[in-house]
Design a protein around this ligand. Structure first.
Ligand SMILES: [Zn+2]
Length: 237
């Protein structure tokens, strides 16, 4: 089991930092009836997430699990987390076949590097990620327990992020990475299916008008997210 540590993000949101082979954050969002989990970590990580949820004040049952995208470090623990908690599992309609049917993300890749990397990745992971049944879909503008979904495709075809409307924080999944002191794309070459699409989504993220953004990998950007994301995009031009 990975080492799990709770990190407060805002009034209703805490990150569970999971350190296994590398760092992944899952988010727990408090609502009236319990908690919404955003993503589920690698396979085998569900119990660490559930233990972290139980350490929070009641009601602390995980009522919903929102899967932002189909990568194994986000959906690996989903099946166990859902069956142990009874949570309803939702994702975007575009991402559903990649999560539920294990369809290869290489189908959606632009460019040879991404197609090759995603084919290899799919081959390696196919047998390791337990199946998860999706109970419903969530798309642009849909609301759930204080969260609003926004679509940020590119990293994968149907990636979604969640805005906590009262706390004014964006849980942006892998739309940006903030690892080893650098803001930008996935540091693993080829795992972003469509780099141009990912940069378009970064622009959209910066244009939301919110300055607190928490990615799934690395520290949250608090108070200066717009400037930092725009700065990264300008350096790319
Ligand atoms: Zn990812």
């Amino acid at each position: 089991m990975p080492v799990a540590r709770l990190r407060p993000i805002s009034r209703h949101v805490a990150a569970v930092d999971l350190h296994g082979r590398f760092q992944v954050a899952v988010f727990l969002v408090r609502h009236r009836d319990g908690l919404i989990a955003i993503d589920a970590g690698f396979p085998g990580w569900a119990y660490a997430i559930l233990t972290a949820a139980k350490s929070l004040p009641e009601p602390n049952r995980v009522t919903h699990l929102v899967l932002t995208h189909a990568h194994s470090d986000h959906v690996g623990g989903a099946g166990v987390l859902a069956s142990e908690s009874g949570a309803q599992v939702v994702c975007s309609a575009a991402e559903r076949p990649f999560i539920e049917e294990h369809r290869s993300l290489a189908h959606a890749a632009r460019g040879l590097v991404a197609r090759t990397a995603l084919t290899l990745n799919h081959w390696l992971l196919q047998s390791r990620v337990p199946p998860v049944q999706i109970d419903g879909t969530i798309g642009e503008g849909d609301r759930l327990g204080g969260l609003r979904a926004i679509e940020l495709p590119g990293h994968t075809p149907g990636q979604i992020a969640l805005v906590h409307e009262e706390d004014r924080v964006v849980l942006c999944a892998d739309a940006i990475f903030n690892v080893r002191g650098h803001l930008g794309h996935d540091p693993v070459p080829g795992l972003t299916a469509d780099v141009a699409g990912a940069e378009e989504s970064m622009r959209r993220l910066a244009d939301l008008g919110l300055d607190d953004v928490a990615p799934s990998h690395g520290p949250a950007l608090i108070g200066d997210a717009r400037d930092r994301i725009r700065g990264f995009l300008e350096r790319r031009d």
